[in-house]
Design a protein around this ligand. Structure first.
Ligand SMILES: [Fe+2]
Length: 316
């Protein structure tokens, strides 16, 4: 598997490891970072931020409109120093590998840019993985492309009453109905216990083949694999909302049919050929364009691993 260390054109090294403030470093490198990021889709910034406070100031100077995890599903994230826009990466407390995915593609509002920061590098394993969704689309078979062109996918999440009141800006049924209408979600309410199901229908493909290349980026494989592992009892630990013994966020085709295993296998095979691994060094910043680059994580058996993530809407 290709390593980020062997792709020097995606790396910007700060050779002046001096006492310059985070804001000054950001200003000095702003133009180069923006240009490289927009042309390449992901970027490794090395030796920029010696500690997380510096990283927060650095990213605040360059990033636009940082947000918290909004209505994200996997809520095992912790925040840093009360700052809700600085979170531990998914799976912070979990060992299993996280398949390639776009962040929050099961929601209609999703971050455009992800910032990862390494506070403690794992002794081994736990590499972050990257895969260019445009290159992956090109490598998929005609049959698989047509399969996803013909029908969008359906992401279904379900919540108990207390869960949706906690996870969405809604306290009453009429508020969650309004919220779901605004977000283009299909809402089903169980009036007996107040629980809800939220469906979001979206193409697994983005782009138009003209001004924006076709791209395979979504949550299809990660949720398919997650559900399969959950059924085998592998993913219970650390996954929220498992009380009903049913995987709480599912992906199907729009008509409710399951995505054929053959198609998942092809995507896994082709994405593996394109996957790039990043072995973390303390202080590394990894910038990812969430509109075209999928990310994941190898199994992580190091309890020491500490990676933070921030999400924002653009670079300034
Ligand atoms: Fe993620």
């Amino acid at each position: 598997m290709t390593s980020t260390d062997s792709i020097s054109e995606h790396t910007i090294l700060n050779n002046c490891a001096d006492e310059t403030s985070a804001e000054k470093k950001a200003e000095a490198f702003r133009a180069g970072i923006k240009e490289a990021f927009h042309s390449k889709g992901w970027l490794l910034l090395r030796k920029f931020s010696p500690n997380i406070d510096d990283f927060v100031s650095f990213s605040n100077t360059l990033g636009d409109n940082f947000s918290n995890y909004r209505s994200g599903f996997f809520s095992d994230r912790k925040t840093f120093n009360g700052n809700e826009t600085v979170m531990t990466a998914t799976g912070d407390t979990q060992e299993f590998a996280i398949p390639l995915h776009g962040e929050m593609y099961y929601r209609s509002v999703r971050p455009r840019i992800l910032w990862f920061y390494c506070q403690i590098s794992p002794g081994k394993d736990g590499q972050t993985t990257l895969c260019d969704g445009e290159a992956l689309y090109k490598n998929l078979s005609v049959e698989t492309k047509e399969f996803f062109e013909k029908m969008p996918v359906r992401y279904r999440t379900r919540y108990t009453q207390s869960e949706w009141q906690e996870n969405f800006p809604a306290a009453t049924l009429s508020e969650i109905e309004n919220y779901c209408r605004d977000m283009n979600y299909d809402l089903k309410v169980n009036h007996d216990d107040g629980s809800i199901k939220i469906d979001y229908v979206s193409s697994a493909l983005s782009g138009n083949g003209r001004d924006k290349p076709f791209c395979f980026i979504n949550n299809v494989v990660a949720l398919f694999m997650g559900e399969a592992s959950f059924k085998k009892g592998v993913l219970h630990a650390g996954i929220p909302r498992t009380a009903s013994n049913d995987f709480p966020v599912k992906v199907r085709m729009k008509d409710g049919s399951k995505i054929p295993r053959k198609i998942i296998s092809e995507i896994l095979t082709e994405s593996k050929k394109l996957t790039i691994e990043h072995t973390w060094q303390k202080g590394d910043i990894l910038l990812i364009d969430n509109t075209r680059i999928m990310h994941g994580r190898n199994s992580s058996y190091s309890s020491e691993r500490k990676i933070f993530v921030r999400i924002c809407d653009g670079l300034r």
